[in-house]
Each structure stands twice: as C-alpha cells, then as structure tokens.
Design a protein around this ligand. Structure first.
Ligand code: GRE
Ligand code: ZN
Length: 333
C-alpha cells in the first residue's frame, strides 16, 4: 500500500543552534532526557534527523514509506530578530531536498511566529513559490496560542492557500510545567511534562482555545491537523460537547462538528489498533491521515499496522495516502 506520512522531522542546524537556549529554559532537562546517545524511547536517530537524502531514503525504502511530508523542528522558539531569516533559510533548504527527490519528499514550512507579521507571507511563499503543502507549528509562541490576534495574518494565509496547520506538541511555559509536573525525579518530570503526557495535554488545550475563541468561525475553511490520534480529543468529545454546548460557548458549532469539519488527525507512530478503530468510528476514516513521527519513532510496523487493521480497503487507502492527496496542496503523486 502506498504510504504518505505527515509528521516526519528533520533538524536544520541553524534553527537548532538558535532555539537551543529557549528549549533549555522552558524545558530544563530536555536534552538530557532525550539525548540520542542512549537510544532511549523518544530519542531520535540523530544522523537521520539531520539527513535529507540517502540515509532517510534508505529507511523509507526499508519500511515501505513512499512519501514523507517533512518538517523542521522548533521554529516557534526562534528569537524574533532572527526568526524570519532562519525560517526562510530552513524552508529553502527543505525545498532543495524536495526538488532533488520530488516523488519522495514534500514539505511543511517553518513559519516565524515570533515575528508574527512575517509569518503569513512566509507561508504564502512556501506554498506558492516553493511547492510546500502546509505548515507545522510547534505549539505556543512566547506563551501565546494561535488564537492570539497577532496570528490572524498567518491563519488567513493558511485558509487562503488551503495549507493545513499541523499543530505539533512543544514545551508549555515554564510555570505550567513546574506547577503540573514538578516534584519528581528530573528525568521523570521531563518525560512526564513532554512526550509521555504534558505535550499532548497542552496541545489539546491549545486546540480548545482555537475553538472557543472562534478561530474556525472566522476562518471556516481553515484546516488543522492534530497528531497522536487527535491529541486525546476524540476520546473526550462526549464530555466537551456536553459540558461546553454552543449556548454557553457562543461559538457556532460543537467540538464534534469542528473535529469533523476543520480537523484531520494522524497516529504519530502510536500504532494501536483499538485507537484506530475508535477514531474511525467517531471521526471517520476520511479524516485520518498517516504519520510515523520519524526519526523519534521508528518506521517498522507502519505498513503492517494498516494492512492488519479491521477496515475495508477503501478506508485503508484513504488513511494511507488518499486523504492526504485530496487535502494537502502541492502533494506530488
Ligand atoms: C517530536 O515529535 O518532536 C519528539 C521530540 C522528542 C521526543 C519525542 C518526540 O522532539 O515525539
Ligand atoms: Zn513529532
């Protein structure tokens, strides 16, 4: 089965250098807890992370991944004075890799959200001139959700170009982290606040802010993608709809309706059949796209997970590639 995967990362060296201090400030212990050296869970294959060529393609070939939609890490933590230039450079570098391998690589742009007036233009350039398929945004920027008025230009550009915003987890502000996750051993605190739970809870809350502040009412054609099976939201739709009905929220639709009309979800390498079955039932196979979260998660099992699923072939094809081809602009097929 042809596989197109959407949450597949690479590290741009200049962005890594510029964002290092901010990551260390808001997520102390992060580098130690996830250093590639020890090869612990969630530790990336460092060589693969930096690679936009042979190493990555060899892994894709070995595990039957046809196309990776690539995204650079952590642009939302760039200092505002350097963010526009570094986002631009990292997008140019990604576009060059896409041009070298147009049938294997597509791209989600890095956008300079810490210089928000420039973010919409960079997304338009990336989609219009560089052939990218959307943007992947690492959570909050300087503590602000994407519902903050400063990001209206970015959301308008995403809506107009048809480019989805993939909302990826990222460290919460330090105070949130300390309040909610402190008091345990450093490695446990760091993993609990990040990839084990905190990132996902915070991304879910971010999505709730988008809904409740009317982002999807102002931008009805905005497309949002959530990884990790919708960052737990599908499993709480009953509760959200019941406790936050439209007569209380004042927004136009229910959480379930926004999930079915503006949002697509991906597994991010969480290959659990029960989650897939549940999300197909509640959200629909045509709103699920595929992702591995390479190289934080390895690609083995990506083909088997879908081929073994208790779904009909048309549902499997939609999840494996069909929905991505329909929803993402510029996807070379
Ligand atoms: C990611 O997806 O970006 C990621 C990390 C670190 C650990 C796990 C993970 O950056 O999924
Ligand atoms: Zn990821």
């Amino acid at each position: 089965m042809k596989l197109i995967t959407l949450e597949e990362h690479y590290m741009s060296p200049e962005v890594a250098r510029a964002t290092g201090p901010e990551i260390a400030r808001i997520s102390p212990g992060f580098a130690e807890a996830f250093s590639g050296e020890g090869g612990g869970p969630g530790s990336p294959d460092v060589e693969a992370l930096g690679d936009l060529g042979d190493k990555r393609l060899a892994d894709m070939d070995a595990y039957g991944i046809d196309v990776q939609v690539l995204s650079g890490l952590n642009a939302q933590h760039l200092p505002s004075d350097v963010a526009p230039d570094l986002a631009r450079a990292t997008n140019d570098r990604l576009a060059a890799a896409m041009n070298r391998h147009p049938d294997r690589f597509a791209g989600f742009a890095s956008v300079p959200t810490s210089a928000p007036d420039r973010a919409g233009d960079e997304l338009r350039r990336a989609v219009g001139d560089l052939g990218m398929s959307g943007t992947l945004v690492f959570g909050r920027t300087e503590g602000r959700f994407l519902s903050d008025p400063r990001f209206e230009g970015l959301l308008a550009a995403a809506e107009e170009t048809g480019a989805p915003v993939y909302l990826h987890p990222s460290p919460a502000p330090l105070a949130t982290t300390e309040e909610n996750y402190g008091g345990l051993s450093e490695v446990v605190t760091t993993r609990l606040q990040t990839a084990a739970w905190g990132w996902h809870q915070e991304t879910a809350v971010h999505f709730m802010h988008l809904v409740l502040s009317g982002v999807f009412d102002r931008h009805p054609d905005l497309k949002l993608i959530l990884g990790h099976w919708g960052e737990m939201i599908p499993f709480f739709l009953e509760r959200l709809d019941e406790m936050l009905p439209t007569r209380i929220t004042g927004v136009e639709r229910s959480f379930t309706e926004y999930m079915r009309e503006n949002v697509w979800i991906t597994p991010s390498g969480m290959f659990t059949q029960a989650n897939l079955q549940y999300c197909v039932e509640t959200i629909g196979a045509d709103r699920i796209m595929y992702s591995v979260d390479y190289p934080f998660v390895r690609m083995d099992g990506a083909q088997e997970f879908l081929s073994e699923a208790r779904l009909d072939d048309s549902q499997k094809e939609a999840i494996a590639h069909g929905t991505a081809e329909r929803v993402l602009p510029n996807l070379v097929v």
